[in-house]
Design a protein around this ligand. Structure first.
Ligand code: EPZ
Length: 435
């Protein structure tokens, strides 16, 4: 296994290109199951979760070719309507094959995703919506066994605006007979991108991005005539903006989904950062001290839960106290003890973390526990004095394409080495000075 070694304290200056959104690419690649034939998807990020998804589609009988962000998928035939435990346990979003397999084949056998580091992650709403469309499920031996003769449109009221739940139901409803309305649907930009892709294959969808999705089912879909381009990743964009705010340089993110970043840009402005927006580029600088800004995670367009850990890193160095409330997941503070190892002063009480800003963070060895926690530790390491080592990097590889390369290009001193390697303190900054 590898670790990341960072020598902090360098201001970041330059341009970071933003990659395609992981959480849009996953459902869109899976949605190709709905239309037999050859599909081309562009701007797909090179991430472990993408590889897992393509490997699962391969096991279902749909081979793919990947070249520089362009994925060619052949979904002409389906050999197995199954997502086995050994795949789903590695990536719970594999549950997204449920809707498309039921719509295409009338059956599906998907391992129950189980929980993960940040919470129980139930799928009851996925099943509730699909049952409303006529599907029948039996849960046995850790698997969801589903079947359906005919998908019939229905009025569906979700108890929570679940992102992948909305996506699963949407991907079945597009091939149901009649009208389906999904009430209390998730409004995330990734839903909008999925709806855009489904429409390019002939689906009839209204209300994407609002809490009521209306789908007029069609008998069949066909591959889009032109390649679909995955929208930019708003969470990656927000993560790099926080890196710029923390290190005090002049950092620009390019190819960013600016309209989808509202809550994060507003919080950064309140924290004392200056933002220059020019089309899909955002440049962040900071002249004065960081101000404490409390945030409370909400479904889109509120402050995203996937930015909560990164925000905590920033607020660790603010002048004063603030609160971070996590309202989406029940256990998404695993990064707090690791941040405290770097010198942060954070106390948690149920779903609220009280952060008392400190004047400096100090390098230490820390452990990533989940994807966004690992990003928060990278950010803290970039700001901390001395050397920080981050273990269990596989979490980071799930969601951040070419992170080391992108950060090095704007002046960060970091390297990826085997867990047992030793990098003498000062080596990285000396190398940078020479290069
Ligand atoms: C998606 O997860 C994202 N993953 C997550 O990103 C993101 O944090 C989350 O949405 C919230 O925005 C992908 O899109 C692949 P939810 P998802 O269903 O769909 C409860 C990352 O870091 N719930 O919207 O699994 C659930 O327990 C990942 O990129 C039910 O109760 O999240 C949670 O409290 C992490 N029953 C809340 O809803 C259900 O059937 C929101 O979960 C489904 C969900």
């Amino acid at each position: 296994m590898d670790k990341l070694v960072i020598e902090g304290g360098q201001p970041l200056n330059g341009i970071v290109p933003i990659s395609g959104a992981k959480n849009a690419a996953l459902p869109i690649l899976i949605a190709t199951l709905l239309a037999p034939g050859e599909h081309i998807i562009e701007n797909v990020p090179a991430l472990v979760d993408i590889s897992f998804t393509l490997s699962l589609l391969g096991r279902i009988g749909c081979p793919s070719l990947v070249a520089g962000g362009r994925v060619k998928l052949d979904t002409s035939r389906i050999a197995f309507c199954e997502a086995p435990y050994d795949v789903v346990r590695k990536m719970r979003a594999s549950v997204l094959v449920l809707g498309p397999l039921l719509a295409r084949c009338g059956e599906a056998r998907v391992s129950l995703p189980g929980g993960c580091a940040i919470g129980v992650r139930p799928v009851d709403q996925h099943l509730k919506g699909l049952e409303a469309l006529g599907c029948e499920f039996k849960l046995e031996n850790g698997y969801i066994n589903g079947r359906v003769d005919r998908l019939i449109g229905a009025e569906i009221h979700l108890d929570v605006p679940t992102v992948t739940g909305t996506e699963n139901i949407l991907m079945a409803a597009v091939l149901a007979e009649g009208i389906t309305r999904i009430h209390n649907a998730a409004c995330e930009p990734e839903i909008v991108d999925l709806a855009r892709f489904l429409s390019s294959m002939g689906a009839r969808i209204k209300g994407a991005g609002t809490s009521v999705l209306e789908i007029d089912g069609v008998p069949a879909l066909r591959p889009a005539r032109i390649p679909h381009r995955i929208l930019p990743d708003r969470i990656e964009a927000g993560t790099y903006l926080v890196a710029g705010a923390l290190t005090g340089g002049r950092l620009t993110i390019s190819g960013a989904p600016v309209p989808e970043l509202g809550a994060v840009l507003s919080a950064l402005t309140d924290a004392g950062c200056d933002l220059e927006i020019d089309g899909d580029s955002v440049t962040i600088t900071r002249s004065g001290p960081l101000k404490p800004v409390s945030v409370s995670t909400e479904p889109h367009p509120g402050f995203p839960t996937d930015m909560q850990a990164q925000w905590m890193s920033l607020m660790s160095l603010a002048e004063g106290e603030c609160d971070v409330a996590e309202n989406i997941f029940e256990n998404r503070f695993m990064h707090v003890p690791e941040l405290c190892r770097l010198g942060a002063d954070i106390a948690t009480n149920n779903n609220v973390a009280r952060i008392s800003g400190v004047t400096a963070l100090n390098g230490a060895t820390v452990m990533a526990t989940d994807l966004r926690a690992s990003a928060c530790l990278v950010l803290a390491g970039l700001a901390a004095g001395g050397q920080t080592e981050i273990l269990r990097l596989y979490h980071l590889d799930r969601g951040y394409e070419r992170l080391v390369e992108k950060l090095r290009a704007v002046g960060a001193c970091l390297t990826r080495v085997p867990d047992d390697a030793r990098v003498p303190v000062g080596t990285l900054s000396e190398q940078r000075a020479v290069s």
